[in-house]
Design a protein around this ligand. Sequence first.
Ligand SMILES: O=C(O)CCC(=O)C(=O)O
Length: 322
Amino acid sequence: MSSANNAIEATTGLPANAVITDDIKSDIEKFERDGFIGPIKLYEPEEAAEILRSLRANNQNRSHILYDNNMNYDRHFDIPELSSHIMHPTIIKYLKGILGPDLLCWRSEWFSKFPGGRATEWHQVRDYSYTDGNPLIVPSQSDWNAYIDLTVWTAFTPATIKTACMRFLPGSHKKFYYDEKKSVATGRNGEYKHDATNTGFFGYDFSEFKVDPDWDPESANPVEMELKPGECVIFTASCAHASHPNTTERETRLAITSRYVPTHVRVYPNLNSYNAHGETFDLQNYAAVLVSGEDTFGHNKLRDKNNREQAFAFNKSVKELA
Ligand SMILES: O=C(O)CCC(=O)C(=O)O
């Protein structure tokens, strides 16, 4: 891989309490080398199709939504399929192998890319301060060289080069090619328009965060992560990632990301609200969800029920969720 001369070196390591069962050992080794692992199957195609139908129908119903804005974040609080999805046992097994047993889901996001939708530009994220300058996650028991935050990007429609699959730069999590602390001209002043046609990163120009403005991610051997509906890729957001444009005429790509941290991480520390992608998120009713183990730190408010008073739990069948 060609490297940026000024990129910031980072070593990365698994915590001592990582729970690595034999069946995932080689995947975890790959993750440590590359910063991502996939495809991993979560649902049979017919289950994924059933969830997709429910997601599309439920997306229209905003009656129990946490933040009624255009970003569609944290719909696991009001869409039962997502309250279940974030607890998927296969996801949890992999997360425990990388982050240890005590885990919070701190965010989910809805990523539709419509026909003609532009590419998501290359980016690398550590504490999400790119959004408005405030760090949104901060570890309390390790430094930034440990794995802090994992994203699970699950496809509910085919994710191909034509429909906009994800792309990764293997091994890039060991160097910081972008610096979220930089002050930038685009995206933080609320002028963002949500169709994401105005910039390559949903209102931001992520290349403004480059450590070396001349570094070209396309020269660093990107890996294309094509997924079938029901498959996911797990990655650390500090591995440089992007997605293709949707060059089809009628196939919308839908993916849901769920983001997780170990319980020692402070989520939205000292914030009552935050600004991201031109929207304000009021944190009054927000809480993280304990998806595995226990929380002995007590840094974060937790919720065990969604906004419909349903307990967060994995349900295999969409019908059980009705
Ligand atoms: O789906 C996309 O196009 C981008 C997703 C992404 O950047 C993420 O999940 O962090």
